[in-house]
Design a protein. Structure first.
Length: 267
């Protein structure tokens, strides 16, 4: 890519994760312009070290990755217009902001909506993505390249599916971290010292996730059954978690709430 072919707007946690993935994947730093009104000291240092432009005057780019907070879009839009040409590709990771929202506020016609998640910070993220009909095959390939720099990419056939992706994998890491908190609190309530309960909970979730990662041919259900002896301690706990009003029902309600909120953000 030749400068200034790639503009990153917003370099918070997710934007910075994407940037780090691009640099690690070999995207030429001189082809990247980062626009971040409140750059951290780490971002400033990285710009000097790696050689990408930080907050240059806005100039047209072939690809614009929009990683600001959704509620900032309307106020930021006028200043972003200078980044676009009629053929620019916009990749938006703004939760809830639809293709129609983006096209109404920005001079963007070729739009990919994507929802990565925070494990992107360690290269283990997963993103769902949707491309509108104006995105060319070459731009689709570019979006795949940029998003896959921090993890896997799953393309969906409808824009509505992105709200579900947001509820499952976009917000999903928070559910897992809450599980660690809840498991540690349960251990503490049963008499363990708080620090020991937290170490056990963290290590259990970390190890279980890695086991899942290292067992691609085994279903999660199979791995669960491998832990569960009939009539044993795990079965006693699962009888509670798998009751009709147990974990599956709770997760269904929680993800439905997240999907509804994603839809509300479009308005």
């Amino acid at each position: 890519m030749s400068a200034p072919s790639l503009a990153l707007v917003g370099a918070g946690k997710m934007g910075a994760a994407l940037l780090g993935g691009w640099l690690a994947a070999g995207v030429a730093p001189q082809s990247i312009a980062v626009h971040e009104p409140h750059p951290s000291e780490d971002l400033k240092a990285l710009a000097q070290q790696a050689g990408f432009e930080l907050n240059p005057p806005p100039a047209p780019a072939q690809t614009i990755v929009l990683a600001i907070k959704p509620q900032m879009l309307e106020d930021a839009a006028p200043d972003l217009a200078a980044l676009f040409t009629p053929d620019s590709l916009l990749i938006s990771i703004l939760a809830g902001k639809t293709v129609a929202n983006l096209a109404a506020l920005l001079p963007a016609r070729r739009i990919v909506r994507a929802m990565p998640n925070t494990p992107a910070a360690i290269g283990r993220g997963i993103a769902g993505a949707f491309a509108n009909d104006h995105v060319t095959p070459a731009q689709h390939e570019m979006a795949q390249k940029l998003l896959s720099g921090v993890g896997a990419v799953e393309w969906v056939g409808s824009e509505q599916a992105i709200d579900v992706v947001t509820a499952i994998s976009g917000s999903g890491p928070a559910y897992v971290f809450l599980l660690v908190e809840a498991l540690a609190e349960a251990g503490e309530a049963l008499g363990l010292p708080p620090d020991l309960a937290m170490r056990l909970a963290r290590a259990t979730v970390e190890g279980s996730g890695e086991l899942l990662h290292c067992s691609p041919d085994l279903a999660a259900k199979t791995l669960r059954k491998n832990v569960t002896s009939p009539g044993g301690t795990t079965q006693a706990a699962l009888d509670v978690l798998m009751a009709p009003d147990g974990l599956a029902a709770l997760m269904a309600r929680a993800t439905a709430a997240a999907a509804r909120r994603a839809q509300e953000l479009a308005n």
